[in-house]
Design a protein around this ligand. Structure first.
Ligand code: C2E
Ligand code: MG
Ligand code: MG
Ligand code: MG
Length: 291
């Protein structure tokens, strides 16, 4: 391992991009197993309307607890899945788990939606809309209660192909969101052409709005642009009350972040929700008072 430290930047770069290093191959095999054995977990982070204080749904996020290496973050295993062809079964697994949970929340009388992330390759999968339709049918979740989150860069990777997929998903009635909004390079004109319903302002802009007036200006413009295009505007990465107050003032429709809740395993999410519902009268009163 000492030798690794002395590698030049270039060699480390090459090693990371070599699909056939033994470690990488082993990890791919283990990820494959984790998906097949249902060891890949899905956690849920609430999405909240800051004006009413009501929870509108949750974003499903994948988690991999590796036997020996412990927790491997999605920023590492999602690219691994993308490059090894495992992204398709991974996406299907997350979609299925998320829709089953959403169906059970809805059966308990809660009008909640669920959001699932799609990676660039998923948009090139021409079967995706059929698979989504089948899973919606199997779980009984209405299409309008499913949001699929995509990034600007994944659309840019194949604009024509992804637009076709997005349009078919839109026809199903599924909602589409642009994730990490503001970090990509798509033109504003493109945004207008896409069949999307929501923009999620990236946390890198959100996190410093109470201390940096430039970040606040960026968020304000993003909210205005979103509303001008009739889109729902979501802010991600809200970590404190001051930030949430600023976002509410700027007209953000939905907030998501550690201040509301960390992503939670499904049963903990339900417990969190039930606890909140018990306090709902107080929360609604506070909202009406403008606090
Ligand atoms: P994302 O879709 O933008 O998800 C938001 C990320 O921000 C999540 O990281 C979430 O845990 C984190 N986050 C939420 N609130 C806060 C906060 O207040 N402060 C900070 N600092 N972070 C916050 P996570 O779960 O590590 O996921 C990272 C990325 O990995 C996701 O970004 C998404 O692009 C990708 N990802 C996760 N699950 C899946 C999946 O099932 N499929 C695909 N294709 N990608 C996924
Ligand atoms: Mg997301
Ligand atoms: Mg995001
Ligand atoms: Mg992000």
């Amino acid at each position: 391992y000492a030798a690794k430290e002395h590698r030049t930047g270039r060699r480390v770069y090459e090693a990371e991009h070599d699909r056939n290093t033994p470690r990488r191959l082993a990890l791919i095999g283990e990820l494959d197993q984790a998906i097949n054995r249902r060891d890949l977990l899905v956690v849920f982070q609430p999405k909240l309307d800051p004006v009413t204080g009501l929870v509108t749904g949750a974003e499903a996020l994948a988690r991999w607890h590796h036997n020996e290496q412990g927790f491997i973050p999605p920023d590492q295993f999602i690219p691994l899945a993308e490059h090894s062809g495992l992204i398709r079964p991974l996406t299907l697994h997350v979609l299925e788990v998320a829709l089953r949970r959403c169906a059970s929340w809805r059966r308990s009388g809660r009008d909640l939606s669920v959001a699932v992330n799609l990676s660039p390759n998923s948009l090139m999968d021409t079967n995706l809309p059929d698979i989504v339709a089948r899973l919606l049918g199997q779980t009984g979740v209405p299409a309008s209660a499913l949001t699929l989150e995509i990034t600007e860069s994944s659309i840019m990777a194949d604009p024509t192909g992804s637009l076709r997929t997005l349009e078919r998903l839109n026809t199903l009635g599924v909602k589409l969101a642009i994730d990490d909004f503001g970090t990509g390079y798509s033109s504003l004109g493109r945004l207008r052409e896409l069949p999307i319903h929501e923009v999620k302002i990236d946390k890198s802009f959100v996190q410093r709005i109470s201390v940096d007036h430039r970040d606040r200006a960026v968020v304000r413009s993003a909210v205005q642009l979103g509303h001008a295009l009739d889109l729902e505007v979501v802010a991600e990465g809200v970590e404190d009350g001051e930030t949430m107050a600023h976002l509410t003032k700027e007209g953000c429709n939905i907030v998501q972040g550690y201040y509301v809740s960390r992503p939670l395993p499904a049963d903990e999410f339900l417990a969190w929700l039930t606890e909140r519902e018990a306090q709902a009268p107080a929360i609604l009163e506070a909202a009406a008072d403008g606090n």
